[in-house]
Design a protein around this ligand. Structure first.
Ligand code: ADP
Ligand code: MG
Length: 375
């Protein structure tokens, strides 16, 4: 996973995008648990916002509510301050891209892309100009007269993307658009989508259940859990400063130490060890005072063989190495801590490269690299 530091869109920057605001948005199907339960979220003009979460957590329902394919049970949705809750989809002027390309098979690439413009009764020469420009943007210049079945899956999805943005929609909504593509192609198209977002400058709302994809693409991520939003932030914030164990676990690997008691002032205890706690590392989530866990990312854990190898001021936990995984460019030790309930992993650097399964080690980390989260 690549963690890139990305600044949130500055309000002073000129942006052509649309602000999308959801206020206490709820969708309930029949007598079931609400699919989306009173969520509030403001997406800034020009922002790349990803709705991330496990299957069934309410991402598609939220996107469909924004698009107008579903009606609100309660709450409000506005585009640039104008309430759109009562508008049909075509009046909201939003571009949509789904996992299935949904191209018209009997139309050429150019005819597919021109379709939304012909629907809007634009003059022929304007249509030709816009189609040429957008085909260049998605790097399909020269494929105008091909039919969809003559194109690869990745190319078909580029055509669908071109068709979704050719009419300069207020925003582009994408629901797992890369889900049907193989891993390499996904990576290539992620890079393409980021470039197109930069060039077009409009608001993108992207749905995925793939945390790596969300990390790679997004300005900010809204993490969904069972119909509510668990946390919103930049990829780096969600990875480095999760408020809950759910967030910590959904975005990357962690060493997790469930705490028996609460968090003390400056220290906490785990299986007889006293650990330093940096107050800034304690989640602001209100649940943290009753049920909490300490989490440490694998890259922040060092393994010592003997106590004299532990750096000054480090927190520590004895561990047994249960396995060593080869990850390509680095290796990871799987760890069982203390009495064995807590499990985790440490990324190995060259110095520690000699550890093997069965070794007893001391896992240690700098207190400011740990995080106390609500469970
Ligand atoms: P996601 O996109 O995150 O996988 P969805 O938004 O599709 O999740 O679904 C959220 C919840 O709403 C799920 O429990 C799903 O079964 C339910 N749901 C979605 N659409 C309908 C529908 N048309 N009728 C009844 N339940 C639905
Ligand atoms: Mg979905």
């Amino acid at each position: 996973m690549t963690i890139q530091s990305r600044t949130a869109p500055a309000p002073t920057r000129t942006r052509r995008g649309t602000e999308i605001r959801l206020q206490d948005v709820t969708k309930q199907y029949g007598a079931h648990q609400p699919a989306v339960d009173a969520i509030s979220l403001t997406i800034a003009p020009g922002e790349f916002m990803t709705l991330l979460g496990p299957s069934g957590s309410g991402k598609t329902t939220t996107l469909n509510l924004i698009a107008g394919f579903e009606t609100l049970t309660s709450g409000a949705i506005s585009l640039n301050g104008a309430d759109v809750g009562a508008l049909p989809p075509h009046r909201r002027d939003l571009g949509m891209l789904f996992q299935s390309y949904a191209l018209f098979p009997h139309m050429t690439v150019a005819q597919n892309v021109a379709y939304p413009l012909r629907e809007r009764r634009m003059p022929r020469d304007v249509i030709a100009e816009k189609v040429a420009a957008v085909l260049e943007l998605v790097q399909l210049t020269g494929r105008d007269d091909d039919y969809p079945q003559q194109l690869s899956g990745g190319q078909q999805q580029r055509v669908a993307l071109a068709r979704a943005i050719v009419f300069d929609p207020k925003a582009l909504l994408l629901d797992e658009p890369l889900g049907a593509l193989d891993r390499n192609l996904r990576g290539a198209l992620q890079t393409e989508i980021r470039r197109i977002h930069r060039e077009v400058g409009s608001t993108f709302v992207f749905v995925t259940h793939d945390q790596e994809e969300a990390m790679n693409l997004s300005d900010r991520i809204a993490l969904f859990n069972a119909g509510h939003i668990e946390q919103v932030g930049t990829p780096e914030q969600l990875y480095r400063e999760p408020e809950t164990l759910f967030t910590a676990r959904f975005l990357g690997d962690s060493n997790v130490f469930p705490l028996e008691g609460g968090v003390g002032d400056g220290t906490t205890g785990w299986e007889g060890h006293t650990w330093h706690v940096d107050p800034a590392s304690v989640s602001r989530h209100r649940g943290v005072r009753s049920r909490a866990a300490v989490i440490v990312r694998p890259e922040d854990v060092r393994l010592a063989r003997t106590p004299d190898q532990i750096p000054e001021g480090a927190n520590r936990a004895p561990a047994r190495v249960t396995d060593v995984e080869y990850m390509g460019s680095y290796r990871t030790a799987m760890l069982a801590f203390g009495s064995g309930e807590a499990r985790g992993r440490a990324r190995l650097d060259a110095v520690e490269a000699t550890v093997s399964p069965g070794d007893d080690v001391i896992a240690c980390w700098r207190p400011e690299r740990q995080r106390v989260v609500a469970v």
